[in-house]
Design a protein. Structure first.
Length: 283
């Protein structure tokens, strides 16, 4: 698996590829599908973030608007009211924690990076706010571009659709001045992949995405398709999530956005040990 250095804001960087990296999910929302309402205060959010760091998260991803289907949208001011105090608290806590802001809004991203965030995570793949790529370029932030099948027509072949979507998004990022070493890609499990089969197809063919030439982040955590496979309700899907993390690590994923950091850390340690042993046996 190719090792890359992901360049981030504020002079930070993260080596990707040699070992799996974890991104802990920190939703400061009342209505997220799994943990809505649990971390609304800055103190509660900070405590949760520090716990995830201690359990092995290299990055904490802060989101102020639920992306679940049917969620009530919030405006930029409300999103910023929720996330900026949390980003500031995390930055002040220090300890080497990397901070990601989960937003598609350019102004929220700009303010969050100014408050201490290192990464901008856009679940709309630069399709909602064209200025977001320019913010990433100007601030030097790492940029996660996620594929989505929502609100657009998709190609019949899921991997062809991934490549077509990312081709457009990567061109937009490049035109805005975002350098390639600052970009990671997320194939968007569950976002417009409405059936269990659609998500399994993406998992089965995940290795084909290596040709995109960027580190790959995956976010399967507690998603509906895992419930479809296991029969578990949302809060009981962490074991299923860890299984998908292992499968996707063996197929080339570098970053894992999860709710339960400790369980996925342990599962990915096994996957990393296997990959290391394979390299020894077949150099």
């Amino acid at each position: 698996m190719k090792t890359r250095v992901w360049h981030l804001a504020h002079g930070r960087s993260l080596e990707l590829g040699a070992v799996a990296r974890l991104m802990g999910i920190l939703n400061v929302t009342p209505d997220s599908f799994s943990d809505g309402g649990l971390h609304l205060s800055a103190d509660a959010a900070l405590a949760r973030a520090l716990r995830m760091r201690d359990e092995g998260a290299a990055i904490v991803d802060v989101g102020g608007e639920s992306t679940r289907p049917g969620a009530e949208p919030v405006d930029a001011r409300e999103e910023q009211r929720r996330v900026l105090p949390v980003v500031e608290a995390l930055a002040a806590a220090g300890g080497g924690m990397l901070i990601s802001i989960d937003t598609y809004r350019a102004e929220t991203a700009r303010l969050a990076v100014a408050a201490g965030a290192h990464i901008v995570n856009d679940v709309w793949g630069l399709r909602r706010d064209a200025a977001l790529a320019r913010v990433a370029a100007e601030t030097g932030a790492g940029l996660v571009i996620m594929h989505t099948g929502r609100e657009r027509r998709t190609l019949a072949d899921p991997i062809e659709d991934q490549f077509a979507f990312f081709d457009q998004s990567l061109r937009a990022a490049g035109q805005a001045g975002v350098s390639a070493e600052r970009i990671a890609l997320d194939p968007g499990f569950g976002f417009g992949k409405e059936t269990v089969a659609a998500n399994l197809d993406l998992m089965a063919r995940f290795g084909e995405l290596d040709a995109l030439g960027h580190p790959l982040l995956v976010g399967t955590s507690r998603k509906r398709f895992i419930g479809g496979l296991t029969g578990r309700e949302t809060g009981d899907r962490d074991a299923g999530t860890a299984a998908t993390s292992v499968v996707l690590r063996l197929r080339g994923a570098a970053l894992f956005r999860v709710h339960d950091v400790a369980m996925n850390r342990d599962a990915l340690a096994v996957a990393d040990a296997l990959l290391a042993r394979e390299r020894e046996i077949r150099p």
